[in-house]
Design a protein around this ligand. Sequence first.
Ligand SMILES: Cc1ncc(C[n+]2csc(CCOP(=O)(O)OP(=O)(O)O)c2C)c(N)n1
Ligand SMILES: [Mg+2]
Length: 410
Amino acid sequence: MVPGVLRRLSKKLNAETGRYAVQSVQLQCRAFSALPQEAYESEERIKVTVNPYKLHRLEEGPEREVETTKGELLQMFRSMYQMRRMELAADLLYKQKLARGFLHLADGQEAVPVGMEAALDFDDSIIQSYRDHCTFIGRGGTVKEVIAELLGRVDGAARGLGGSMHLYKREHNFFGGEGIVGTHIPLGAGLAFAHKYRKDGHVAFALYGDGAANQGQAAEAYNMAAIWKLPCVFVIENNHFGMGTSDTRAAKSAKYFTRGDYIPGVWVDGMDALSVKSATAFAKKYVLENGPLMLEMDTYRYHGHSISDPGSTYRTRDEIQGVRRARDPIEHVRTLILEHELAEPGDLKRMEKEIKKDVQKQIDEAKESKAPPIEDLWNNIYQDPMGAKMRPMEIGLPKIQLPKGSGSAL
Ligand SMILES: Cc1ncc(C[n+]2csc(CCOP(=O)(O)OP(=O)(O)O)c2C)c(N)n1
Ligand SMILES: [Mg+2]
């Protein structure tokens, strides 16, 4: 099932026991009236042939005849369009100096989280680099939580303390949002280790970029994951640039799906949500039976690396326009919907209008949210906060009176 819509299994923290209980939740059923609710739930089946996969050390790869439904395609369209609008809005908020700190946008790359979530449930774990907004939405987060985080407000995904790079959703097994390139790849292997140790039948996905794939600790994570046969999927989101350096300049081999050497890999058209869905379903099954697998998602970011990069000094505008015209993930799903006569062009236009309005509404709500309380300066550092006993204070820095109530862990 596609993220952010209808009912999904979720976990809720019981504050008394400290344990998570499984519950069924209704997620973000907003912006729906352009088509009747039944349309989004329609089981009308369609088969779509996706682009060929490339395989490394595998005899068989993911299914190319991908089964989908009218409901799923409409939900994919809706989710990706919402992500796109959110990213464009985040760009604007930054330029208006309302959002601060780092900001890495993922417009262009929406098919990866949307396709992946179509094959996963929230009991599978995901860890991601700083380019995390859309992944967070895929995990059932809201636009309001993303934007409030960028604005440094308490309703943000990390209560306004983390910013764009540190979105987090523990109850849906989303472990961030990590700022330092490549450091979370071993953490992904650790999450897979936890799944194996608990024998819970779930898997971990570590998502990182083509630049991060050249980091040394990636090799250590691959080795340990392979030795221990961990249910870990290493997902390289190859958007073809690490900051301003192209993948082919930075990597001796830019065939990232082969870079695990002894770990099998699959090259995936990461601009096609159905292709991603099929590859993800294959990967989940594969790693549970055999240990780690690599998925190289061939994708593209439209914005620059971060907000300080105009994105057009190391590539031409024609290149960006060319990708938009030929491979845009939203336009691809729109074409499928129209070709199979699942909706009229006007229905999709109306849906777009509603989503735009809804994104704006959530931004307005985020702006209403308050800044975190001052005592949060002392929270979330230690499990058992040391408050004024902290060493810098003992060695002569001015003593600060701790406010009451400081000390709850995030
Ligand atoms: C260890 C480390 N080295 C360098 C940086 C600076 N840096 C931030 S993002 C980035 C490029 C990463 O590119 P890629 O992995 O392809 O991810 P993308 O930004 O394309 O999603 C670099 C070099 C960093 N944050 N951490
Ligand atoms: Mg990259």
